[in-house]
Ligand binder design. Structure first.
Ligand code: ZN
Length: 270
């Protein structure tokens, strides 16, 4: 597969190479867990973002990711945390939706950057046009209605997953087919509740569950599960105030390893 439109030109990244600040920022209860691995600064920016969720009760901060794990789903669902490919590509996924910096859409448009937006309906705040622009070169996908942990039996999985399916289809024009469970709950590592989540997801058109093996935290700090900068990496960022700087630094950092961003939806055959 040749994806020449995934341009990687970056004019300048002033923050790249900024002084390293080692240590993990743990201020956000809502952020998806970073892989427990060596961390590397790729950018530094002012942390002006809003919190990515309001509740801390369903934090899964203790979750870890098994490097290059292959998970077998049930109910016909495929579960991926990294794409197996020989192509020199990686994948950009951005979660939640609370922060909506206009500079990010400008960068996506100028670079033709493929971005999968995993949206939480509560975080969209009605600004669907922003996310259409963000995923103009890939797709908007499902990150639930209110960002509850789907592994909990007290969570209304039908509402959280299938409610978003119907709403996003109406707002975006395309029904999602990829689910990213908040916090990776139920899947990182895989737990017995995963099958129940998959059953509900499959009932309303989900065919894939996409986890991640690389994270970019606030301040541009990267964490890798296993080896860094691998073909097929699925990188997780959040819609936050420093998104644009983080995206540019991310693309530049991967370019140094000969890897270009590609469309996740094109690699996850339905
Ligand atoms: Zn999230």
């Amino acid at each position: 597969m040749i994806l020449t439109r995934a341009a990687v030109a970056v004019a300048s990244v002033a923050a790249l190479g900024a002084g390293a600040v080692l240590g993990h920022v743990s201020g956000s209860a809502a952020a998806e867990p970073a892989p427990a691995a060596a961390q590397q600064i790729v950018a530094s920016a002012s942390p002006t973002a809003k919190p990515t969720a309001t509740a801390s009760e369903d934090s899964y901060a203790g979750s870890t990711l098994v490097p290059d794990s292959v998970q077998k789903g049930s109910n016909g669902i495929n579960v991926v945390s990294k794409i197996t490919t020989k192509n020199p590509v990686f994948f950009i996924t951005i979660d939640d939706g609370w922060g909506q910096p206009k500079s990010a859409t400008a960068y996506v448009a100028s670079a033709h950057l493929p971005v999968t937006s995993f949206l939480t309906n509560a975080a969209v705040q009605g600004n669907w046009s922003f996310f259409k622009k963000m995923s103009a070169y890939d797709a908007v996908q499902n990150h639930t209605m209110t960002h509850k942990a789907l592994s909990k039996d007290s969570t209304d999985r039908q509402y959280e997953i299938c409610g978003a399916q119907a709403r996003y289809a109406a707002k975006i024009g395309t029904k999602p087919w990829i689910l990213r469970p908040p916090y990776g709950a139920g899947f990182m590592p895989r737990r017995s509740t995963a099958a129940a989540i998959e059953k509900t997801a499959a009932s309303c058109g989900i065919t894939h569950i996409a986890l991640w093996n690389v994270t970019v935290d606030k301040n541009g700090k990267m964490a890798f599960a296993g080896k860094s900068f691998q073909k097929g990496d699925i990188v997780l960022l959040h819609f936050e105030g420093d998104l644009t700087a983080n995206l540019k630094a991310l693309v530049k950092a991967y370019a140094k390893h000969g890897l270009k961003p590609a469309s996740l939806s094109q690699y996850l055959a339905r």
